[in-house]
Design a protein around this ligand. Structure first.
Ligand code: PLP
Ligand code: TYF
Length: 395
């Protein structure tokens, strides 16, 4: 049986972690995998998370099963925070999932069961999106809609691409801090996308994995809320893994917006059944931490404060990177248009490889950089390395 299988490539992004770790050069810079880092390059446990964990350790009285819906207090608190009053609460159902990835996977399986054949995705997108939907039986259809030279999102190109969609198809939207480009629609753009989707009877699937790391906590949910308040049905996959720094704890949720309470109950029963057949129940620890934080005013304030510090760090690093201006064909100034952790520079695979070999700068083969991997000294090194690349006519 196993002889029929062929060898699969490993995740190129996760491979960079190992390559960087094995590099003996002291000045090496890791701009690879998308995790937040502080000025010293660490990805610390947030102090609000530590405090909640301490409380959990002393107060948790049982580890007995919960159920496929996970921690309902977590789901309720998160719904309030994310959906806000964009949609009447009797039109929202949700459940805890193993991270944003688990939420997306569950969304995909629900869509497949509901007869959604295709999902339209602006390209490039997070490398896991297309395979995840395809493996669940929903065919991804890519719409190229970013210009790396000018670091802009081509709204018209995206909408034109959507004209080929059939009613009943789905559309994937990055809620904020687009991965891998860093460029989101503006408020007017979100409104246009929302009405376009509603008019054509498409199902929006919003992937919100970086709330609070872009313009601000509520600002970052504004696009998602515009979509949710415009359409009868929608899915929202949420990840707490970046904005609570929980990564390996696999903390997320899937919300469905339904036309009414009755259809919500049907959708919810399907989500519970799919979750049960996948992972039975989600891992508890991360969601318990988030619930403790969100149900406590002081801890919430502390967490929001830490998140804001992280957001500001990204903002100032991005500005410092952009201050490099034009280097050869690359206009670094344009990365100032973006927000969040990522930007994708117009670099060829050969240039990415050259920067790694010559200057110990590690980034995804696509030219995507994790801005949190910098500090001010590393940005100066990066600017110099790009100038060196241009001087050596590396293309
Ligand atoms: N969606 C996007 C756009 C992401 O960048 C990520 C990153 O990991 C995820 C979803 C998945 O998040 P999680 O680690 O919570 O599964
Ligand atoms: O894009 C990133 O870097 C993050 C982290 O298989 C990530 O989303 C990368 C690859 C992967 C899972 C998470």
């Amino acid at each position: 049986r196993f002889a029929t299988l062929t060898r699969q490539p490993d995740d190129p992004l996760l491979r960079i972690i190992g390559q960087h770790a094995a590099d003996p050069r002291a000045r090496k810079i890791d701009l690879g995998v998308g995790v937040f880092r502080d000025e010293e390059g660490r990805t610390p446990v947030m102090t609000a998370v530590k405090a909640a964990e301490t409380r959990l350790l002393s107060e948790q009285s049982s580890k007995s099963y919960l159920g496929p819906e996970g921690d309902t207090g977590f789901v309720r608190a998160l719904a309030k925070l994310v959906v806000g009053d964009a949609v009447a609460s009797d039109r929202v159902v949700g459940l805890q999932t193993p991270g944003g990835t688990g939420a997306l996977r569950l969304a995909a399986e629900l869509m497949a069961r509901a007869g959604v054949a295709r999902i339209w995705i602006g390209s490039p997108s997070w490398a896991n999106h297309a395979p995840l939907f395809r493996q669940a039986g929903v065919e991804p259809a890519m719409i190229p809609c970013f210009d790396l030279g000018t670091q802009t999102f081509d709204l018209d190109g995206f909408l034109t691409g959507l004209n080929a969609a059939d009613s009943g198809d789905a559309v994937l939207l990055h809620g904020c801090c687009h991965n891998p480009i860093g460029i989101d629609p503006n408020a007017a753009g979100w409104s246009v996308i929302a009405s376009h989707i509603a008019e054509r009877g498409l199902l929006p699937v919003v992937d919100l994995a970086y709330q609070g790391l872009g313009d601000g906590f509520d600002e970052d949910a504004a696009g998602a809320r515009t979509i949710l308040s415009t359409v009868p049905e929608a899915l929202l996959a949420y990840s707490c893994d970046k904005n609570f720094g929980l990564y390996r704890e696999r903390t997320g949720a899937l919300f469905a917006i339904t036309p009414d309470r009755d259809s919500g109950a049907t959708v919810f029963s399907n989500l519970l059944g799919l979750a049960r057949a996948n992972w039975s129940m989600p891992p508890d620890h991360g969601a318990a931490i988030v619930r403790i934080i969100l149900e406590d005013e002081a801890l919430t304030a502390q967490w929001r404060d830490e998140l804001e510090t992280m957001r500001r760090r990204l903002e100032s690093l991005r500005a410092a990177l952009a201050a490099g201006g034009r280097i050869g064909a690359i206009d670094l100034g344009a990365v100032a248009h973006g927000k969040g952790m990522f930007a994708t520079l117009p670099l060829s695979p050969a240039q990415v490889e050259w920067l790694r070999d010559r200057h110990a700068i590690y980034m995804a083969g696509s030219g995507r950089i994790n801005i949190a991997g910098f500090n001010l000294a590393a940005i100066a090194t990066f600017h110099d390395a790009l100038r060196d690349m241009v001087a050596n006519a590396v293309v």
